[in-house]
Design a protein around this ligand. Structure first.
Ligand SMILES: C[S@@+](CC[C@H](N)C(=O)[O-])C[C@H]1O[C@@H](n2cnc3c(N)ncnc32)[C@H](O)[C@@H]1O
Length: 339
């Protein structure tokens, strides 16, 4: 449970604070600047949900992989937090109250059974200082990286043999700061499970309703986060209402936030060979979908997929995600070949 307090001293590590930003113009550059500077925004109920969900998955993941593939030579279990924050988050529980809760870095460090290695990445030197302070009290092998997430991920992925390691990577950016190429690299390990907080409201704000208002900077940001240019054809249709009075026919966005989330799911499924979950919508207090949380499994091995899927769906369902299930298989999976 969060500990309620009313002071705001402690630096918050939470999300895009979309509610307050809705009016801001959101250019590609602004997105990056915002990412670096938004240290004092407060999370909301969605913060607690994503962190509870992460905590449950990390425990189940480590339990499932203990002594796999064998007790003599188990996989090294790795956790990578690409947007690690400080280890603590501040969430606004009502107009007057701010509560401090454990952030993803601390949750990972406290996971039992423990990870063999924990990597915490953050671009903000003040956050990194906090992380260094936090990690000094743990025995787990942990490394804090002061770096841009995409660079640190590239270095980390290239530096180990993924045949004998398995892991979880948490992508919890403020905005559109995860390029598609990073997701492709993660998927290529075939060893990492990803929890990706996709920045839905940031994306639909970049994709202006009127296609003519999607300037080159916004289009470039969308290309980078979606890894393709074909969103132009999917999101937009010729406006049937225009042209009647002789004005030029423009294109308008017909995709709502939930259509965009479905499109993102189909894009992720092209890259992650194992499985991609249904999105869990994390909403503002007014009900607007701010983020779509996806679980993506890079390991294509059917028993590994089946297990990860079972764990992730069980947790997602608790938080209200719609789960599509196939009819039960008659043959039981051979548990000994998991992962
Ligand atoms: C939403 S907060 C993460 C919260 C954290 N997961 C938690 O639960 O406590 C995003 C964090 O990412 C960091 N950040 C922003 N842009 C980044 C980037 N491009 N690379 C690495 N870190 C970045 C920020 O300094 C901030 O600490």
């Amino acid at each position: 449970m969060p500990s309620a307090n009313t002071n705001t001293k402690q630096e918050s590590c939470d999300t895009f604070a979309c509610e307050r930003q809705e009016e801001r113009s959101c250019t590609f550059l602004a997105t990056f600047v915002e990412s670096a500077l938004m240290a004092h925004s407060f999370g909301g109920p969605w913060t607690q949900i994503k962190l509870d969900l992460l905590r449950r998955y990390l425990i189940s993941f480590n339990k499932a992989l203990q002594n796999r593939p064998s007790a003599q030579r188990p996989f090294a279990r790795i956790y990578i937090d690409a947007f690690a924050g400080t280890g603590e988050c501040e969430i606004r529980t009502d107009e007057q109250t701010v509560a401090t809760i454990e952030g993803s870095a601390k949750i990972a460090l406290e996971t039992v059974p423990a990870f063999d290695e924990v990597h915490l990445i953050d671009l903000n030197p003040i956050h990194v200082e906090e992380l260094n302070r936090l990690t000094s009290t743990y025995e787990t092998k942990v490394k804090v990286h002061l770096d841009e997430a995409k660079n640190a991920i590239n270095k980390l992925l290239g530096s180990r043999n993924w045949n004998n390691s398995r892991g979880v990577i948490f992508l919890d950016p403020y905005g559109m700061t995860v390029p598609w190429t990073t997701l492709q690299r993660i998927a290529a390990t075939k060893a990492l499970d990803v929890w990706y907080l996709f920045p839905l409201s940031a994306t639909y704000r970049q994709a202006a309703t009127d296609f003519d208002k999607v300037d080159p900077t916004k289009a470039k940001a969308l290309d980078a986060v979606l890894g393709t240019q074909d969103w132009r054809e999917h999101f937009y249709q010729v406006d049937g209402q225009a042209g009647l009075l002789g004005e030029a026919e423009g294109k308008v966005r017909t995709y709502k936030a939930t259509d965009i989330a479905d499109y993102v799911k189909s894009r992720l499924a092209q890259v992650f060979e194992g499985w991609v979950s249904e999105p869990l919508y994390l909403r503002s207090s007014k009900g607007a979908p701010l983020f779509a949380l996806f679980c993506c499994i890079s390991n294509p091995s059917p028993p590994a997929v089946e297990l990860a899927k079972r764990i992730a769906n069980h947790i997602l369902e608790k938080f209200g995600a719609p789960i599509k299930r196939k009819p039960k298989q008659t043959s039981e999976l051979n548990q000994s070949s998991l992962f």
